[in-house]
Design a binder for this molecule. Structure first.
Ligand SMILES: NC(=O)c1ccc[n+]([C@@H]2O[C@H](COP(=O)([O-])OP(=O)(O)OC[C@H]3O[C@@H](n4cnc5c(N)ncnc54)[C@H](O)[C@@H]3O)[C@@H](O)[C@H]2O)c1
Length: 286
């Protein structure tokens, strides 16, 4: 049986039961042509794994797959389409023999504006790309992983999964749904030896944040500057920061982590960093 898990386990003969490297490991990364997904594809392949990038940006996705070499390939995948999702998972298994990791990451900002002026079709499109996509990926990844007896799913949630006001209404509602899905499915699939978790990035330098900051998805410098200024640490979260966390959750070091939501934001969501004056005081009491 293929096992992606506890590296310390010693079997009856006293030998290690499992491998701990990524050499034979395969991932499907949705939204892998850009940003966090592209960083995950790069890190996964650099760690010795094999990766299928699924995206709707065919040119970018193909270029990245070419750059990463024979351990990587590109598949056109609209994450809102169930047939596409099923086919991308099947092609991952056909190409590389297994699906050890599904990284459900594709996303958009979606509908903006006050609730009373949020058009229902824009709401539906947003929820479809962010939440229906996670459902479809998990739905079709689980049976494959169950038959393998191993596998780890990671979804990209957001700090907007944790509280209001950190994104537009539809985005926030959908991202809360992603974490709800992760918790619900974790309660089922632990029994099959599988795991599902999510990363919750704060403002991250990518085309998505750049398009919000400057209207130009290619202006990553503008996104970097704006997010750095808003961060307590003086630097923004990068796509690589989020990919590292996702890689950890997908890997053997996270063998006992199931149903978790790991914030990747330098602590900005959990600390009221505008109150830093408290920590700069001289130790006196008031
Ligand atoms: N950048 C941030 O500040 C931030 C913060 C929190 C969460 N996130 C989440 O991170 C994830 C990745 O976003 P990113 O920041 O890397 O942005 P990005 O724009 O660089 O990447 C998103 C990718 O998703 C793809 N995509 C969009 N719709 C798709 C569809 N229907 N089918 C397949 N692919 C589709 C895009 O083509 C793109 O390649 C998203 O889920 C986003 O909500 C981003």
């Amino acid at each position: 049986m293929r096992v992606w898990g506890a590296v310390q386990y010693v079997n009856e003969e006293g030998g290690p039961e499992v491998e701990s490297d990524f050499v034979t490991r395969t991932a499907l990364v949705t939204g892998g042509a850009s940003g966090i997904g592209a960083a995950m594809a790069r890190q996964f392949v650099a760690a010795g794994g094999r990766c299928v990038i699924g995206d709707v940006q065919d040119e970018r996705g193909r270029a990245l797959a070419r750059e990463l070499g024979p351990g990587c390939r590109y598949e056109h995948l609209d994450v809102t389409d169930e047939d596409d999702m099923r086919a991308a998972i099947d092609r991952t298994v056909d190409a590389f023999g297994a699906l050890d990791c599904f990284f459900g990451n594709a996303g958009i900002v979606g509908a903006l504006g006050p609730i009373e002026r949020t058009p229902a079709p824009a709401w539906d499109r947003t929820v479809s790309v962010l939440l229906r996509s996670a459902f479809l990926g998990v739905k079709h990844a689980v049976p494959v992983m169950r038959s393998q007896g191993s596998g780890a799913i990671v979804c990209t949630a957001s700090v907007a999964s944790l509280r209001g006001g950190l994104g537009p209404h539809a985005y926030t509602a959908a991202k809360h749904g992603v974490w709800g899905l992760v918790r619900s499915v974790a309660a089922e699939i632990g029994a099959y030896g599988l795991r599902i978790n999510c990363v919750a990035p704060g403002g991250t330098v990518s085309a998505l944040s750049a398009s919000l900051v400057s209207g130009d998805g290619d202006d990553l410098d503008a996104a970097y500057r704006r997010l750095a200024a808003a961060s307590s640490s003086g630097r923004p979260t990068t796509a690589d920061d989020v990919a590292s966390a996702a890689l950890f959750l997908a890997g053997p070091g996270a063998a006992r982590i199931n149903g978790a939501c790991l914030a990747v934001d330098g602590g900005d969501d959990l600390v009221a960093h505008k109150a830093r004056g408290y920590f700069e005081a001289d130790g006196s009491e008031r």
